[in-house]
Design a protein around this ligand. Structure first.
Ligand code: SF4
Length: 208
């Protein structure tokens, strides 16, 4: 039987894993070759947990050492934006914890009618995987099922959320080469969203 590890600790931070789904198939995703993150057992969920199951799992966590919840599934957390925001409301109502989402930024393609502004006041920070400096390179890396439209949708997500969420940033891993890194810096600069270059660590893609 697969695990139902909805909340897990990684390097002293509390992560929330609410879905197995993702529209991408990134070349370096841990889903290809590892089911574990840090010291944790498999993060594959035996089913997509309900809001009630997620809230019950949250209640069971000893939250004394955490100041933030990071939605960063083994899948893409914004596959389930409505459930995520329900849980975010619950977290805000019952604790003073901050809430971050680590995302591929493709929610507007996954759920075209989702209102990005419904995140206002619930989400404190968003970390978006920029991955590349143009739509073709992005598609080569992510294999997004939405094709070449993915890159511009991801950029638009960043622009809109940056207008009302206090802390929005792009991330990119440092193994893409200095020339491509410089192009990514330029692109982030054009969009007006800060870029953070992360060290590539094979089993914690997107987990910092
Ligand atoms: S790295 Fe993230 S966006 Fe890419 S396939 Fe894995 S979970 Fe999906």
């Amino acid at each position: 039987m697969k695990a139902m590890k909805i909340f897990y600790d990684l390097n002293g931070a509390l992560y929330a894993n609410i879905t197995n789904k993702c529209p991408c198939n990134c070349t370096f995703c841990i889903r290809h070759n590892d089911e574990t993150v840090g010291e944790n057992d498999s993060l594959w969920l035996e089913h997509e947990p309900s809001v009630e199951e997620i809230e019950a799992a949250f209640d069971a966590v000893d939250k004394s050492k955490y100041s933030e919840v990071v939605f960063c599934g083994f899948g893409e957390p914004m596959e389930r934006p409505y459930e995520l925001l329900e849980v975010a409301k619950y977290i805000k109502a019952t604790t003073d914890m901050k809430i971050r989402i680590n995302t591929n930024g493709l929610v507007s393609l996954i759920h075209p009618t989702f209102d990005l502004y419904s995140m206002r006041g619930l989400i404190d920070s968003v970390s978006i995987s920029l991955n590349a400096s143009d739509p073709h390179k992005y598609l080569d890396i992510t294999k997004s099922r939405f094709g070449l439209a993915s890159y511009n949708s991801m950029l638009n997500f960043a622009i809109v959320t940056h207008s009302f969420i206090p802390d929005v940033k792009f991330t990119v891993v440092d193994v893409i080469g200095e020339e491509e890194l410089e192009l990514c810096r330029e692109r982030a600069n054009d969009v007006g969203v800060p870029l953070r270059v992360r060290s590539y660590i094979s089993n914690n893609r997107e987990y910092d």
